[in-house]
Design a protein around this ligand. Structure first.
Ligand code: CP
Ligand code: NVA
Length: 323
């Protein structure tokens, strides 16, 4: 094995301006910063595959606060820190004093004395903003009800790898205008990906997010379309994305949602309208038989496990850049 890579070796790929930055929403990054992170992720992925060590985070500790379940986020952040030479610590939100009412602002100031960064998965995006306002270490959003920025970066990397480019790629998102959709559309608009979103009435993307995406799209040349019609969205698509109909925290609405989303399943009939070489994306976990059929998610066009793997590589890029 080669000697450990130095930080300098990665310097041209490391957007050094990102040091100390929080990662609360994907559009905190400019398009060139996102491109830098994607390039860094690709390089880190290459090094990991070829067994080359790159350990710039020796002695650094990431705290990971979880108020919701997780498989990918928890394991990929922990493994990512380990591979970069650092350590990660799982913190169950309910078991912290936070769960007994200790203010977020005190938790932020205390944890800043022990940790080098915090990754948090919780319900309210405002709580994460408050944590970031009072912490003096980087705060990384590992999913809130509003955003999932690390997922969006992994999604962009997966599209880039499988389609060879981002600009002008036709991406269709079918289903709930949720945290994953918000971040996906913002990332796509910043990077010039064309997106068509088909959501049923009452489940559209937040208006402010649509406006924000439209303003990024006018800069990047990305074309955006918001419709109720999944067929219109999928027509000629080179990538099709869906997510669960009932996100964490919305379980009480499950029965109603099953009815409201019944026409929004990604199945063979719908995918026949896409470009024959389309790729199928899903952030996972998936509910086969609801938002997607097993023919599609387990079929030849599905890249969902590459996409899940890419969480590791993009988060290593984020950690390297902000720490
Ligand atoms: N996609 C994603 O964030 O997965 P987990 O909920 O398993 O972390
Ligand atoms: N939208 C889903 C994503 C899970 C990774 C949720 O919030 O439950």
């Amino acid at each position: 094995m080669e000697p450990a890579k130095t930080l300098e070796a990665c310097q041209e790929l490391k957007p050094s301006a990102l040091k100390g930055r929080d990662v609360l929403r994907i559009d905190e990054f400019r398009p060139d910063e996102l491109q830098g992170l994607l390039q860094l992720a690709l390089r880190l992925k290459q090094w990991q595959k070829s067994g080359e060590a790159y350990q710039p985070l020796k002695g650094k500790t990431l705290g990971m606060i979880f108020d919701k379940a997780s498989t990918r986020t928890r394991v990929s952040f922990e493994v990512g820190m380990y591979q970069l030479g650092g350590t990660a610590m799982y913190l169950n939100g309910k078991e912290l004093q936070l769960g007994r009412g200790e203010p977020i602002r005190d938790t932020a100031r205390v944890l800043s004395r022990y940790l080098d960064a915090i990754m948090i998965r919780t319900f309210s995006h405002q709580d994460v903003e408050e944590l970031a306002a009072y912490a003096d270490i980087p705060i990384i959003n590992g999913l809130t009800d509003l955003f999932h920025p690390c997922q969006a970066l992994a999604d962009m990397l997966t599209i880039l790898e499988h389609r060879g480019k981002l600009k002008g790629v036709k991406l269709a998102y079918i289903g709930d205008g949720n945290n994953v959709a918000n971040s996906l559309v913002l990332a796509a608009a910043l990077l010039g990906v064309d997106v068509r979103v088909a959501a049923p009435a009452g489940y559209e993307l937040d208006e402010a997010i649509v406006k924000q995406a439209e303003s990024y799209a006018s800069e990047s040349g990305s074309r955006l379309l918001f419709t109720r019609d999944p067929e219109q969205a999928v027509h000629g698509a080179e990538a099709i994305y869906t997510d669960v109909w009932t996100s964490m925290g919305f379980e009480a609405e499950n029965e109603q949602r099953l009815k409201d989303f019944a026409d929004y399943q990604v199945n063979e009939r719908l995918t026949r309208l896409a470009d024959p070489s389309y790729i199928f994306l899903h952030c996972l976990p998936a509910h086969r038989g609801e938002e997607v059929t097993s023919e599609v998610i387990d079929g030849a066009n599905s890249v969902v496990f590459d996409q899940a793997e890419n969480r590791l590589h993009v988060q290593k890029a984020i950690l390297t850049a902000v720490l």
